[in-house]
Ligand binder design. Structure first.
Ligand code: ZN
Length: 185
């Protein structure tokens, strides 16, 4: 079935929102190519877009599947998507990261990201990031002579009192106590 180009669908296309990938495909009249909403290819013009519910309907109308988002292939499995996000967090945890920023990087809505991540990892993206930061802080406490404030900043938490509170909540000891306990073993 061909669908209308509603404002909601249009927004999904121009923001590459992966949460719409199982809902429709969009075809571009000028290029004769069709894509998933999440496709990162250059956004089309509104007037040139047609929307189909099924990939085979677009094919029947003479459109070819995009080589980039492969709309006739398997959808990027959620596990792979979440793995891309954890890789991103692993590489960037020392920077300021928010859920909105992560969602933006990974081409999904914050709501979809939160829900999918939690289902697969059994924790939220923010919890995963905090765990990563605390683990790195533990290493630095034991294997470096850096101050607590320096370590806190290095793991992406420049607010030291907040870092200490979170560290204690997660490990049961303050950063100083943790260092005392593990340094001379
Ligand atoms: Zn595409």
């Amino acid at each position: 079935m061909e669908l209308c180009v509603t404002e909601e669908r249009w927004q999904a296309i121009i923001t590459n929102d992966a949460s719409y990938d199982d809902q429709f495909f969009y075809a571009v009249k000028t290029t004769k190519i069709f894509c998933r909403p999440s496709c990162k290819s250059k956004p089309p013009k509104w007037d040139n877009v047609r929307i189909f519910q099924q990939a085979n309907e677009a094919i029947r109308e003479g459109f070819r599947p995009c080589k980039r988002c492969k709309p006739t292939g398997q959808r990027l499995p959620d596990r792979e998507w979440v793995a891309q996000i954890t890789d991103y967090i692993d590489a960037h945890y020392s920077e300021k990261l928010t859920l909105a920023h992560l969602a933006d990087m990974c081409h999904g809505s914050p709501y979809h990201l939160q829900r999918t991540f939690k289902r697969i990892k059994d924790m939220t993206p923010v919890e995963y990031m905090q765990q990563k930061r605390i683990n790195k802080a533990k290493q630095l406490l034991v294997h470096s002579g850096k101050t607590i404030a320096a370590i806190s900043a290095e793991v992406g938490m420049p607010n030291t009192p907040y870092f200490i509170t979170l560290f204690k909540k997660t490990t049961g000891t303050t950063p100083s106590e943790y260092r005392q306990l593990h340094k001379h073993q």
